[in-house]
Design a protein around this ligand. Structure first.
Ligand code: HEC
Length: 202
């Protein structure tokens, strides 16, 4: 198993040096919530995932001798991976994705896994994503008056939001709400993406 991992890791290093299209792995819990013995979620994103690639393999290498780690794709969210280690260690996460016949790989980390000060369990705290926070503010300012609770629009994309505003079936009231408040007739592309990030996060 160790040998297999080493071979794969060498292979991975080679392929990322060749400049494969980007994969991004972000921790969804903040540092103090990344503890041994529990499942810790990470999100895999980037152009490859947007382009339809799915995660084929997750390998987690523990930097501390004697510590074992595992990684798997979440049962419900295809872009989330779950990582668990037996003890305190630094980890490197290797992710392999496939899109049709094309494979791509990336190595991420190191991430630190340790018990919180005093050894007390902590409530997992999500990493605060500035885009999600900005999207929430936009939603509260421009959308919540008609769409409450926001979860009714869970998972809507920027394209769907723009479609609702500017498409053939546009809702004039909605455009008015936005233009009255800040003089713009439609959302900017950036605002639509922030709203999308917020609606995805729920
Ligand atoms: C003045 C009321 C109003 C406001 C403000 C408003 N909407 Fe809507 N919106 C509607 C109505 C009515 C519909 C059609 C019925 C439905 O789908 O809920 C709709 C439809 C939509 C749809 C398409 C249908 C769907 O569920 O995919 C999306 C997406 C959407 N709105 C997102 C937003 C976002 C994001 C904002 C804030 C920028 C917003 N709306 C602000 C009234 C409003």
């Amino acid at each position: 198993m160790k040998l297999l991992m080493s071979i794969l890791f060498i292979g991975l290093l080679g392929s990322s040096a060749a400049g494969a299209a980007p994969l991004v792995v972000e921790a969804l819990f903040d540092t103090k919530s990344r503890m041994p013995g529990v499942l810790i979620p990470f999100r895999v994103s980037g152009d490859l995932i947007t382009g339809g690639a799915r995660i084929l393999e997750v390998l987690v290498e523990a930097k501390t001798a004697g510590v074992t780690c595992g990684g798997m794709v979440d049962l419900y969210f295809p872009d989330i991976i779950q990582v668990k280690c037996s003890d305190t260690t630094d980890i490197i996460i290797a992710v392999r994705v496939v899109n049709g016949a094309e494979f791509n790989e990336g190595l991420f980390g190191p991430y630190v896994l340790k018990y919180p000060a005093g050894g007390k369990p902590v409530k997992p705290t999500p990493v605060e994503d500035p885009n999600i926070l900005a999207g929430k503010q936009l939603f509260n300012a421009f959308c919540v008056s008609c769409h409450n609770p926001p979860t009714l629009k869970r998972g809507r994309t920027a394209a769907q939001i723009n479609g609702a505003i500017t498409g053939p079936s546009k809702i004039p009231a909605m455009v008015n709400v936005k233009s009255e408040s800040d003089g713009a007739s439609v959302l900017t592309a950036d605002e639509a993406l922030k709203l999308e990030a917020y609606l995805k996060s729920m």
